[in-house]
Ligand binder design. Structure first.
Ligand code: A2P
Length: 279
């Protein structure tokens, strides 16, 4: 198990990221990001819509870790899709974070046909802005989030192909078709809610499997994503959990247990479907 994956443009992405969705802005964001970066994480996953990029940026500075040793992600929100507004949104995130460049910038959700008759066109215009920012060196890698194969296909025909797709992924939510498509097309998959936002942690079966390794279910979930070649982004505002979620390199889930988890079927998911959402 490496401590990084390599994207299709050669950029290395640390294999576990620190999630910041639902982390309150201000002191909390600042303190937890700084704590995580001082304690072995080097990768922070954020987004404009999390409304905490000021605090996250201050945490990055407060950690004292040199910028070139960090991997920082943000995402363009749904209201900012399109060429001009994506560029503006990017600038704002950069300013809020207090950074000169981003390591990864993602389209947060695909435009869908339920809301936009020209959804693919909107995604392509957003992608055109991201591609330019990438070529200007302001972003080291670009990608998407919550895209299924049919959203990805038009982007695959453009000059620069997505390097990452960040999707909901945890035991009980495996999105097998999307993961397969990404692997076949050299797109690294990242897992949002790798712990099912906490919903899968009380599952009896997972508790039983985690016990085989004297690990917590949270650690089992993080390790499960990694062993499937996926970058987990566990979120916590609790110091001991932040440390726990990173301590997963000293055990290996057996093939049999991996298969048991895969067999569990659907549970604990958010229920959010990219073609159905209306936000
Ligand atoms: P908290 O932030 O209060 O510590 P996900 O990363 O799947 O979105 O899950 C995040 C949720 O899981 C948060 O509610 C977080 O709580 C909780 N959580 C994170 N790590 C752990 C852990 N190691 N044990 C138990 N709960 C955890």
């Amino acid at each position: 198990m490496n401590d990084y994956f390599t994207l299709n443009n050669g950029v290395k992405i640390p294999s576990i990221g620190f999630g910041t969705w639902q982390t309150p802005d201000g002191e909390t964001a600042e303190n937890v990001v700084s704590f995580a970066l001082k304690n072995g994480y080097s990768h922070v996953d954020g987004a404009a819509v999390y409304e905490n990029e000021n605090g996250v940026g201050r945490g990055i500075k407060a950690s004292g870790v040199p910028r070139n040793q960090l991997f920082i992600t943000s995402k363009v929100w749904n209201t900012e899709r399109g060429y001009e507004s994506t560029k503006k949104a990017f600038k704002k995130s950069l300013a809020d974070l207090g950074l000169e460049y981003l390591d990864l910038y993602l389209i947060h959700w695909p435009a869908n046909l339920k809301q936009f008759p020209i959804a693919d066109e909107i995604n392509l215009e957003t992608w055109r802005a991201m591609t330019e920012l990438y070529k200007e060196g302001k972003i080291k890698a670009i990608g998407v989030s919550n895209f299924q194969p049919h959203h990805l296909k038009p982007l695959m025909k453009t000059e620069i192909k997505p390097m990452v797709n960040q999707i909901e992924y945890h035991p009980g939510c495996l999105q097998e078709e999307t993961v397969r498509y990404c692997k076949e097309n050299d797109i690294v998959v990242e897992a949002w809610s790798p712990l099912g936002s906490g919903r899968v942690l009380s599952d009896e079966k997972l508790i039983g499997i985690a016990e085989h390794y004297s690990k917590s279910v949270a650690q089992l979930c993080v390790r499960f994503a990694l062993q499937n070649g996926i970058v987990p982004l566990p979120k916590s505002v609790t110091e001991e959990r932040i440390l726990e979620n990173r301590d997963v390199m000293d055990f290996e889930i057996t093939k049999e247990d991996m298969a048991e988890i895969i067999k569990m079927g659907e549970f604990g998911g958010s229920g959010l479907q990219p073609d159905e959402i209306d936000f």
